[in-house]
Ligand binder design. Structure first.
Ligand SMILES: [Zn+2]
Length: 272
């Protein structure tokens, strides 16, 4: 089953409280379980949640679908979820001391009235939450690395997960982009998340060249499928583009430059 509010409603599945998870008699929807640990073993993914003394379990390669886009259970965990997040899930009766899952997703909190949403309400919530939360996670991975390894300071919302994903229906207020600037030294960073490859892809076009949009003393951080950041100074990227050592590309939304790996070097950002 896909996760959409409509699909969950159509299935008329019983919703049970987290405390009743260990005594299910059929499939059930359970909301607001707090993820505190996970374990990968022999093709299985076990999730440990607060207040339950047995793990939730699902095959690592189990394909979950959100808004028509498939993702394996283990990739969803890696890309989207952070320790302390609340998850919702479709669970089945206990088997051999584990609670089998067929689906789980980041808990979504809605703010505002759906009637105020405009075009927004046409988006598929589960897919939107998956993509946007993955971006937030990548951003926090980078901010944490800059904080704990290099001494930079950021507002708390850039370092810690709020534990859920928020969907705002009031279209008048745009999602606030957190300030990606060190509160002490002013170092700026921009995140580029790559889910399936290792390209050093930056925004660039003839009309909006990289060098005009990015100061040379700022930094880019590339987060590849292993979810570890690689830092590169904007100066290095500007020099590579100036020398023509990049492959341009575009689609209907964006134009970019794939900077050639042999033309640039990743390096540690400066300490604060
Ligand atoms: Zn700093």
């Amino acid at each position: 089953m896909e996760y959409t509010p409509a699909a969950v409603a159509a299935a008329a599945m019983q919703q049970v409280a987290p405390a009743d998870l260990h005594r299910l008699t059929g499939p059930a929807l359970v909301r607001r379980l707090r993820l505190i640990a996970f374990h990968l073993d022999d093709g299985w993914l076990d999730l440990t949640v607060d207040g339950l003394d047995m793990p939730l379990t699902i095959r690592q390669d189990h394909r979950m679908v959100f808004g028509g886009e498939g993702i394996s259970a283990v990739d969803y965990l890696r890309r989207v979820l952070e320790r302390g997040d609340l998850i919702d899930c479709i669970a089945a009766p206990t088997e051999a001391g584990r609670v089998p899952l067929s689906l789980f997703w980041i808990h979504i909190i809605y703010v505002g009235q759906p009637r105020d949403a405009g075009d927004f309400s046409k988006k598929e919530d589960g897919l939107f939450a998956m993509r946007a939360k993955a971006g937030e996670k990548a951003e926090r991975i980078v901010a944490k690395k800059l904080h704990y390894s290099f001494g930079h300071s950021f507002p708390p919302e850039l370092l810690d997960t709020p534990g859920h994903f928020e969907i705002r229906y009031d279209s008048t207020k745009k999602r606030r982009k957190p300030d990606r600037r060190c509160l002490v030294c002013g170092l700026t960073f921009e995140i580029k998340k790559r889910n399936r490859d290792h390209r050093f892809r930056v925004s660039h076009s003839d009309g909006r060249p990289f060098a005009a949009e990015n100061k040379p003393d700022g930094w880019h951080a590339f987060v590849f499928p292993d979810m570890k950041p690689r830092f590169m100074s904007n100066r290095v990227i500007i020099d590579a583009i100036t020398r023509g050592q990049f492959d341009p590309g575009s689609d209907e939304y964006d134009s970019w430059a794939d900077v050639r790996p042999d033309a640039v070097a990743v390096s540690d950002p400066p300490h604060c």
